[in-house]
Ligand binder design. Sequence first.
Ligand SMILES: NC(=O)C1=CN([C@@H]2O[C@H](COP(=O)(O)OP(=O)(O)OC[C@H]3O[C@@H](n4cnc5c(N)ncnc54)[C@H](OP(=O)(O)O)[C@@H]3O)[C@@H](O)[C@H]2O)C=CC1
Ligand SMILES: CC(C)(CO)C(=O)C(=O)O
Length: 323
Amino acid sequence: MKVAVLGAGAIGAYVGAALHRAGADVHLIARGPHLAAMRQDGVRVLSPRGDFTARPHATDDPVEVGPADYVFLGLKANSYAACGPLIEPLLHGTTAVVAAQNGIPWWYFHRHGGPYDGRRLESVDPDGAVSAVLAPERAVGCVVYAATELERPGVVRHVEGTRFSVGEPDRSVSARCLALSEAMRAGGLKCPVEPDLRNDIWLKLLGNISFNPISALVRATMRQMCLHGGTRRVIETMMSETLAVARALGCEVGVSIERRLAGAERVGDHRTSTLQDLERGKPLELDVLLAAVVELAEITGVPVPTLRTVHALSDLLALRSAA
Ligand SMILES: NC(=O)C1=CN([C@@H]2O[C@H](COP(=O)(O)OP(=O)(O)OC[C@H]3O[C@@H](n4cnc5c(N)ncnc54)[C@H](OP(=O)(O)O)[C@@H]3O)[C@@H](O)[C@H]2O)C=CC1
Ligand SMILES: CC(C)(CO)C(=O)C(=O)O
């Protein structure tokens, strides 16, 4: 199996290293000092499950890699629309694209069925710019429950979790999902094939839609946001509005808000990825988390006053931090 990891950062390099050590033909596409370190010393993974080093091919030139069976997309979601020249050389007729992004993916309504089938979300696929370069037919859905960070160039710290749930937009259990799952499991990861992956998308999103923007607005850790009565109530309300949108779209999240908050509190004094991006002056990946659900609320007619308020505040924050 040939796998190209486009954007082999914290999550991409981790997946690439795991697949490579199980024998897959892996090619990492990255840039800058991180690429230089991976070229020289491979990917060093530091993990509570055991440290290891893998030495897959690493490059900044997708043409050098050529067409692959799978492209694992480890770019931030706000770079998808511009990734055409990077991904084009990696595609053959049946290449599957597996995106690590949190939030609502560009393919969400592809083969969804029902009244919303085929609908495009402006917040995640503005003017169709993302689906123009990432054809929804290629998409294999993926919900990443693992957490990793780039500790320094070439060195990935695996914080917790090994689950990468995958699934087809049309809910079938396809050969391409099963083959990917087998390769991921051989690399020591969990990779269930979920017919109802959209339920997983909402489950993961409950945390990201609330903790991520609030953490950036108030510059607080997960534990601090849970322990402060005010932010805890805002987060509970955001989660409950999000659940209402999910239900309006026929999805069920089998975890209560209380359990979701207890899990988040256990993560402790972790700075969310959005807060880390803000502190590093990087673009904030909030459209696929918050703007997308506000748009879905409009489509389904679900009232989401708190999501709208936090969206307004964090949208200005994102604009100001990009300026
Ligand atoms: N890390 C995690 O625990 C989780 C991440 N995710 C999702 O996974 C995605 C990736 O996140 P994460 O791995 O943390 O982010 P990173 O920033 O660590 O990884 C993205 C990588 O892509 C590289 N990149 C960007 N543009 C190019 C380019 N033109 N050519 C080559 N390389 C490029 C970046 O390089 P540079 O740094 O130079 O920009 C970086 O190394 C996000 O959508 C995130 O939401 C989901 C769940 C968990
Ligand atoms: C820690 C967590 C779960 C916060 O929602 C996360 O996924 C992130 O930092 O992006």
